[in-house]
Write a protein that binds this ligand. Structure first.
Ligand code: UD1
Length: 318
């Protein structure tokens, strides 16, 4: 049984689902979509583009506070697990769905495999850090994407026999889709065809967008950057809501050289990143994708759980 819940999960389950399908004599797979992300552009488009099979069941959980969202997923998922009794549960990444389903499985004695285990920002104010620590603590198989993950797990006393340094499935998705990414027309669609330099911006972390103070700082930074280069900004639904709540929408929309667009599908987004002069982001995964694409990335955070991106040199914390 495989869990997917939120946007960054979908590119990670795609190659795992494909690999399991190739071994269909050994594995029956059952895909559960928790519905943590539910908009077409946050979910459906990724299933279509990445040829992920339709979920066997969608729990339709939707948005709520962290506690409510986690609790709702647990309640709904317990029923599925009771009925289906899988031999193993595969969870990916660090979203609330990852942790919620792991907790249920652990309580019911179902073995857990965590893909992208061991990453640590050492910042417990991040909801994702709590999700990572809990999920890893409960997992029987820990599949690790970079050396820091192995080091973190060892220092936490995890049994070496449970740990597997396998690399990064999100990057498997990126590499296998490069020919299709090449064919995207997003640059022309945005009027960027004439090799005009531009930056790509993504922002959604509470620490950057949930207060007047944070949004004022971000606004000042973007104003300065936009005087030197055009910025393309596919806005996350939660950030859009925060701009409205804190009455920043107009100011952002009026900023010259800042083009705000809705969330993009996978293929268009990666094409935009691949051809950017640089990326400004607070995302986790984009730090890794820019490393592989050799695009400079300025990560607007205090820390990163993906230090390999800094060691390689494409990523800088700002
Ligand atoms: C979640 C993950 C985060 C990941 C991000 C990527 C957790 C704790 N966080 O954060 O690690 O980087 O996804 O996108 O699991 N919303 C919509 N439509 C959707 C989905 C969300 O409008 O399809 C809105 C919701 O109404 C809500 C907000 O976005 O107000 C937050 O959604 P939620 O899933 O709780 O967390 P994210 O901030 O998206």
């Amino acid at each position: 049984m495989i869990i997917a819940g939120a946007r960054p999960n979908f590119m990670k389950i795609a190659p795992v689902m494909r690999a399991l399908k190739e071994e269909k004599d050994f594995f029956n797979t059952y895909l559960v979509h928790t519905g943590q992300h539910y908009d077409i552009q946050m979910s459906d488009v990724f299933f279509k583009e990445l040829h992920i099979p339709k979920p066997n069941i969608s729990l339709g959980i939707g948005s709520a506070s962290h506690t409510q969202q986690t609790a709702k997923i647990m309640l709904a998922f317990e029923k599925i697990l009771e009925k289906k009794k899988p031999d193993i549960l595969i969870v990916v990444g660090d979203v609330n769905s990852t942790m919620a389903c792991s907790l249920v499985a652990a309580k019911m004695g179902v073995k857990i495999a965590h893909v992208e285990a061991g990453l640590r920002s050492k910042d417990r104010t991040m909801p994702e850090e709590i999700n990572r620590i809990v999920t890893d603590g409960l997992s029987d198989y820990l599949f690790v994407s970079e050396q820091s993950g192995m080091d973190n797990l060892l220092s936490e006393g995890v049994d070496k026999k449970k740990m597997f340094y396998v690399g990064n499935v999100m990057i498997d998705t990126l590499i296998s889709n490069l020919p299709r990414i090449q064919k995207s027309s997003i640059l022309e669609d945005l009027g960027l065809a004439k090799k005009e330099p531009y930056a790509v911006l993504t922002l959604h972390r509470p620490s950057n967008v949930d207060s007047d103070k944070a949004l004022s700082e971000i606004y000042a930074i973007l104003k300065e950057v936009s005087q030197k280069t055009r910025i393309i900004y596919p806005i996350h639904p939660r950030t859009k809501k925060m701009l409205q709540k804190h009455k920043f929408s107009d100011r952002f929309e009026r900023m010259q050289n800042l083009t705000m667009i809705g969330p993009l599908g996978y293929i268009n987004f990666m094409k935009l990143v691949q051809n950017a002069n640089f990326v400004l982001t607070d995302s986790g995964g984009i730090q890794e994708e820019t490393t592989v694409l050799k695009v400079p990335c300025l990560t607007m955070r205090e820390n990163t759980e993906r230090p390999a991106t800094i060691d390689v040199g494409t990523n800088v914390l700002v």
